[in-house]
Design a protein around this ligand. Structure first.
Ligand SMILES: C[S@@+](CC[C@H](N)C(=O)[O-])C[C@H]1O[C@@H](n2cnc3c(N)ncnc32)[C@H](O)[C@@H]1O
Ligand SMILES: [Zn+2]
Length: 262
């Protein structure tokens, strides 16, 4: 007889959306879809268990390590502070969509933390960082999360779906996104990029779904090592010639946007 997964109040079967029951090595839904729990504690809830390599995020082990070093040196603490303010206090489940290696979730006070990312490597790192949080390998576009199960859901610099936010939030629940503003890391961008103007225009307003938004801007005087890490952890590394030296004086410029589900 399977036990109720009382400690997994938000997870849903990615095939049929039903709640799970615990079995000895993992979980099973009422339709018999079973998933093992990894030794680090996370669940891989991608339908089929894996993605074709063409649809993975492109985050290498090196870029994940660069992000871990950069974030854990607290350079983006003003972003974490604005995220904490926008989220408010919650006792129920809080979900980080596109959690990466877990730093933002580690910066929050919450008794029930959940993190989801499409990268298994990132989820492994996050699981070791926050052993008392539950991590999931899954996709932001179809969250393996029960309807109306979360007090809050947020995303920092990662793909997310507002319709999925509204589905998984309980009534009155809060969603928050952190997205780049028009000047974000502009010093590190190639100067002759023809898409700069269009991108700055698009980012000059917060996302249209937001009910409220705060623009957070601050200057960073980075060490050379931190500048290398920032360069390696952002998509900029794909846009700039490999021999370009990373600059150490950079502007962080982000929109912290939020809304409440009805
Ligand atoms: C720029 S990183 C940001 C990670 C983390 N939020 C942070 O700021 O440190 C983007 C993250 O989104 C994840 N990602 C990309 N596509 C995704 C998808 N469809 N569903 C869930 N996560 C996704 C990547 O694996 C990566 O960890
Ligand atoms: Zn199922």
């Amino acid at each position: 007889m399977a036990e109720e997964a009382d400690d997994l109040p938000v997870l849903a079967c990615p095939h049929c959306g039903q709640a799970f029951h615990r079995v000895p090595h993992g979980v099973i839904c009422p339709s018999g879809h079973a998933f093992d729990q990894a030794k680090e504690g996370y669940f891989n809830l991608l339908p089929g268990g894996r993605l074709p390599s063409s649809s993975t995020s492109g985050d290498t082990a090196e870029s994940l390590q660069a992000r871990r070093r950069f974030l854990h040196a607290d350079w983006y603490q003003p972003i974490a502070q604005a995220l904490r303010n926008a989220l408010g206090t919650h006792v129920g489940p809080i979900l980080d969509v596109g959690c990466g290696e877990g730093w933002y979730l580690s910066q929050l006070e919450s008794p029930q933390k959940f993190g989801l990312d499409i990268s298994k490597r990132a989820v492994q790192m996050a699981s070791k960082l926050i052993p008392n949080a539950q991590f999931i390998v899954g996709t932001a576009h179809r969250l393996p999360i029960l309807n109306e199960s979360c007090d809050a859901v947020f995303t920092v610099f990662a793909p997310h779906s507002h319709s999925e936010y509204l589905r998984v939030l309980r009534p009155g629940g809060r969603w928050v996104t952190v997205t780049p503003g028009p000047q974000h890391l502009h010093e590190m961008r190639p100067k002759k990029d023809p898409s700069i103007e269009e991108r700055e225009r698009r980012r000059s307003e917060p996302p249209q779904e937001s009910q409220q938004a705060e623009r957070v801007t601050f200057s960073l005087s980075l060490s050379i090592d931190a500048a290398h890490d920032l360069f390696s952890m952002t998509p900029l590394r794909w846009q700039t010639a490999a021999d370009a030296a990373p600059v150490t004086s950079v502007t962080a410029d982000v929109w912290v946007s939020w809304g409440t589900s009805l």
